[in-house]
Ligand binder design. Structure first.
Ligand code: G6P
Length: 615
């Protein structure tokens, strides 16, 4: 979390930095700040609690000159969100400014040592230690900023992406990375720096992704140089050409990114599927899998590690792999897995599932499994992000940039890729027959059209949301493939409306949760026509018998549930394993409209960030 931007060139840095902060605001919005070195050699730092627009209001009458600068948008870890804890942070002499994304684990030890040397700290952040340490090394060793950053990087334990400027050298930015992302945009006579490529794409499509342990020396009018902290040799600089377009980052007429992203799903899923199912519908094409066929054929087990919404998609993946490949699957929260002393062998395939490709826990979990000999496979959205670069192989979901903090199109993209993978591995293993493969593959191709059908219910769902906007608690129930859908529906509601919601297996409810049901607690029940449909119908009866209100998601043409539920939303018929792709849509819309009715900031809900690059 936290977003970093930097610029050096001939334009006014402030404009580029502010625009970049807006693009990265999804990463955190507790505070923001900029530091520019003006034409007269002043190092001006402006910071403000709250969103980037608060910073703009604060800075409006200030000296905003200078064509070099760094900026930051914060998701607070150490120290409350306020102006002082906001980045950039100054060194004691006021000469150096630094922005940081990550956490410095040994900051208290370093801070104590610097205090002993006479350094005074003004903030409660771990970051201030880094800037003071760099200045301390620079003055005691009488060395360059680059050497000081290199030395400091060796002493800092933890995760960081940093950008540093020195008032005495207005032609240079030094940037370093360890476990937090950093991308450098290479323009004509100018360089850009950011936590991801979104602030860069409108200026240049040429980028360099920094790797862990690397330090970039970005000098005005000079070639970019990248070094490793352990050696003086310049690394080979690999320039990547980005495919992303600026239109993909705009709201395109929708009031919120979340709504735009929900409505984009027919197209994003068509992109995700494109070229991956052969024209005759008989085969799946995923080179990341077939290139490593033996690893999948010999897999004793698949472990899927993920967090948040991706973890819910992983639970659907478990059903898919077990149904089609007959390989046992363990789904783990990455944060638990990495500290659990897991049993992992070289027969295991570990799948790291992550929209951003940057989630710190997921990255650490895959590194752990890799160190134990597992074959590690990434399913990510953000191209060139850390997870795809750390895996043996992988597969992108190709749904385009997801900006709304609540994940929508990435979820359906993940489930779609998992379904295609399961079919392909099942075909390779001989555990899925040709007819089933063809039926499901053709159904995958129908999903974009069927989602468009569901959008016709948009107004109905908007009306339904009005009825339930003032509920304080919700229960989401589902079974089988749609138990994870219930978890995801509840998470969507919680994270953007701040209404308490619990996802539960419909049958398990009777072992405790049923005690909560009364007239004030609506239940959203996914009761599509699957192999446990009759059982789910019973569960609905149990809720109704306790006076509960039921909103049911049913298969088109259902008459049984219609009789007993208070409200019904119909989704088209499709292969059972793909039903989560359809049931997700009304659940996303319901959460969205309830949150809008409550006046919530849908795209940037409180306390959350889209990309969690800290533990
Ligand atoms: C954050 C986001 C969630 C997301 C989770 C995992 O908590 O707010 O929406 O599901 O991280 O992110 P990833 O990028 O790894 O899928």
């Amino acid at each position: 979390m936290c977003g970093i931007v930097g610029y050096i060139g001939n334009r006014r840095a402030y404009d580029i930095l502010i625009q970049g902060l807006h693009r990265l605001e999804y990463r955190g919005y507790d505070s923001s700040g900029v530091a520019m070195i003006s034409e007269t050699g002043e190092l001006n730092i402006y910071k403000s609690k709250g969103k980037v627009e608060a910073l703009e209001r604060y800075a409006v009458d200030k000296d905003l000159g200078g064509n070099i600068g760094i900026a930051h948008t914060r998701w607070a870890t150490h120290g409350e969100p306020n102006d002082i804890n906001a980045h950039p942070h100054y060194s004691q002499s006021g000469r150096i400014a630094l922005v940081h994304n990550g956490t410095i684990e040994n900051y208290s030890v370093l801070k104590e040592a610097l205090i002993q040397q006479g350094y005074k700290f003004v903030s409660q952040t771990d970051t201030e230690v880094a800037v003071q340490l760099i200045e301390y090394i620079m003055t005691t060793n009488n060395c360059s900023l680059f050497d000081a950053v290199k030395e400091a990087a060796k002493r800092i334990v933890g995760a960081y992406a940093i950008a540093v400027v020195d008032r005495e050298n207005p032609g240079q930015i030094i940037a370093a990375r360890q476990s937090s992302p950093l991308v450098i945009g290479v323009g004509e006579g100018e360089y850009f720096l950011a936590s991801d490529a979104t602030p860069i794409i409108e200026y240049t499509n040429k980028v360099v992704y920094l790797n862990d342990g690397e330090i970039a020396v970005i000098n005005r009018d000079e070639e970019l140089k990248v070094y490793h902290i352990n050696g003086a040799d310049q690394s080979k600089i690999e320039i990547t050409e980005l495919q992303m377009s600026i239109e993909q980052l705009e709201k395109g007429g929708y009031p919120h990114f979340m709504l735009k992203e929900i409505f984009e799903q027919p197209r994003t899923l068509a992109d995700c599927i494109s070229g991956r199912i052969t024209a005759d519908g008989k085969s799946i094409v995923l080179a990341g899998v077939t290139d490593h066929k033996e690893r999948f054929l010999n897999a004793g087990r698949i472990i899927i590690v993920a967090c948040g919404t991706s973890w819910h998609a992983a639970l659907i993946g478990k059903h898919l792999f077990e149904d089609f490949c007959r390989i046992p699957v363990a789904v783990e929260y990455a944060s638990e897995f990495r500290y659990s002393n897991p049993v992992v062998t070289d027969k295991d395939v570990l799948i790291a599932l992550s929209q951003s490709g940057e989630t710190a826990d997921t990255l650490a979990a895959l590194e752990l499994a890799k160190s134990k000999g597992a074959f590690v496979f990434g399913i990510c959205n953000v191209i060139g992000s850390s997870i795809p670069r750390a895996t043996h192989s992988g597969c992108y979901i190709h749904v385009g940039p997801e900006i709304g903090v609540a994940s929508t199109k990435a979820f359906t993209g993940q489930v779609t890729v998992l379904a295609m993978m399961a079919l392909l591995i099942g075909q390779m293993k001989g555990t899925v027959d040709a007819e089933t493969l063809e039926t499901v593959a053709n159904d995958i191709r129908r999903v974009p059209t069927l989602i468009k059908e569901i959008f016709k219910l948009n107004d109905k769902i908007e009306d339904l949301a009005k009825i339930f906007t003032y509920a304080h608690n919700f229960l989401y129930l589902g079974r089988g493939y749609n138990f994870p859908s219930a978890l995801e529906g509840a998470l969507k509601l919680k994270e953007i409306s701040y209404i308490h919601a619990e996802g539960y297996p419909a049958a398990e409810m009777k072992h405790g949760t049923i005690a909560l049901i009364d007239n004030d607690m609506p239940s959203v029940v996914i009761a599509i026509k699957d192999h446990v449909y009759d059982k789910t119908v019973n569960n609905i009866q149990q809720v109704k018998a306790r006076g509960g209100k039921v909103v049911a998601i049913v298969t088109e043409g259902d008459t049984v549930v219609k009789e007993m539920a208070d409200y019904v939303i119909e989704v088209p018929q499709i292969s059972e394993c793909l039903t989560p792709l359809l049931t997700a849509i009304p659940l996303q819309l319901l959460a969205y409209y309830i949150a809008v009715n409550k006046g919530r900031n849908v795209d940037q809900p409180r306390n959350l960030a889209k990309s969690v690059t800290v533990e």
